[in-house]
Design a protein around this ligand. Structure first.
Ligand SMILES: Cc1ncc(COP(=O)(O)O)c(C=O)c1O
Length: 331
């Protein structure tokens, strides 16, 4: 049975995450900010997509309370978000995850009551023939019992885009008082980058969107390298919104995780390290740069210790000294 570690008031807290100034990257007329998506109730940017996809499934009459099972392939954060939200709303959840996802992530998903299937995929379920075992397995299970199962399919679901177009984009526009000039984020399904960018460019077509991708064979949970993986349908629909791409290595991402802690006192997840490294490379003298920090570092202790990003002691110290950690009890 699902452990009730959350209550429904949490659902109202999805979105409206803080935007904090990164002193380490700001100087003169250039200001850099991080949008701290770890402040969503289940700890990441994916709370938005999960909530919008479940609501959409309810509105379209596909989901039936205490009956339907939601099944989804994910490299982690969508699984945590779906498990937490569905648990509150009365749906069972089954998550198909690559075995290389962090142990902490898998534990959290199970503690939120979801059943876990592990596949031997690379870190991110890859879209494209022959490389997408997580996606194929989730699809096979849901197609075998369409009366019971609903697969939101974040890689194609328009509600994923809408959560950002109606939520994150307007929040950033308001929080920067319309001053934003550059927007950077990693790409998983593409919901975050296309939703935010579409809204921002409608307000000011001059806003530049920069997509951050990890190197091939990467260790950055949640992001994709598009030489290794096909582009998801959701992303391809609006990929013309991307003005530039930056590729960041594992080493650069992890070095940035340490730097963000040392200079800005934030303990962040690996993808935020990648985004920070890209923000640093931008080198603009004037403007307002916003990067999406998709989650915090708490789920990544084993990865950070294994990759020698932090020692055990350094990680515990960072945990104590980090500013802006949300009060999520299960991370
Ligand atoms: C950990 C993580 N998950 C997901 C995303 C973005 O996800 P999507 O493209 O699916 O909206 C990001 C983007 O930075 C991320 O860092």
């Amino acid at each position: 049975m699902a452990t009730k570690v959350v209550d429904d008031k949490l659902l109202k807290k999805i979105g409206n995450t803080p935007l904090v100034r990164l002193d380490s990257l700001s100087s003169g007329l250039a200001n850099a900010y991080a949008k701290l998506e770890s402040h969503n109730p289940f700890g990441s940017v994916k709370d938005r997509a999960a909530y919008w996809m479940i609501k959409d499934g309810e509105e379209r009459g596909i989901l039936k309370k205490n009956e339907s099972i939601i099944i989804e392939p994910t490299s982690g954060n969508t699984g945590i978000a779906l498990a937490g939200i569905a648990n509150l709303l009365g749906y069972k959840v089954e998550i198909v995850i690559p075995e290389k996802a962090s142990e902490e992530t898998k534990k959290v998903i199970e503690s939120l009551g979801a059943k876990l299937y592990q596949t031997s995929d690379d870190l991110c379920p890859k879209v494209g023939a022959g490389t997408d075992q997580s996606i194929a397995l989730a699809r096979a299970i849901s197609q075998a019992r369409p009366d019971l199962y609903y697969m939101p399919n974040q890689y194609e679901n328009e509600a994923n885009f809408m959560g950002h177009y109606k939520g994150t984009g307007p929040e950033i526009w308001k929080q920067t008082e319309g001053k934003i000039t550059h927007f950077l984020t990693g790409v998983g399904t593409g919901g975050t980058i296309t939703g935010i960018s579409a809204y921002l460019k409608e307000q000011n077509p001059e806003v530049k969107t920069i997509a951050v991708q990890p190197q091939q064979n990467h260790l950055i949970q949640g992001l994709r390298n598009f030489v290794e993986s096909d582009k998801p349908v959701l992303f391809k629909k609006r990929e013309n919104l991307v003005d530039d791409w930056m590729t960041i290595t594992n080493e650069e991402s992890f070095a940035s995780v340490v730097r963000i802690f040392e200079k800005d006192r934030l303990l962040v997840g690996p993808s935020s390290g990648a985004v920070y490294a890209a923000m640093e490379k931008l080198k603009i003298d004037k403007g307002c740069v916003v990067g999406i920090f998709a989650d915090d570092g708490r789920k990544f202790k084993s990865l950070y210790v294994q990759q020698k990003v932090f020692t055990d002691e350094q990680f515990e110290k960072a945990l104590k000294e980090s500013k802006y950690l949300s009060d999520i009890s299960f991370l």
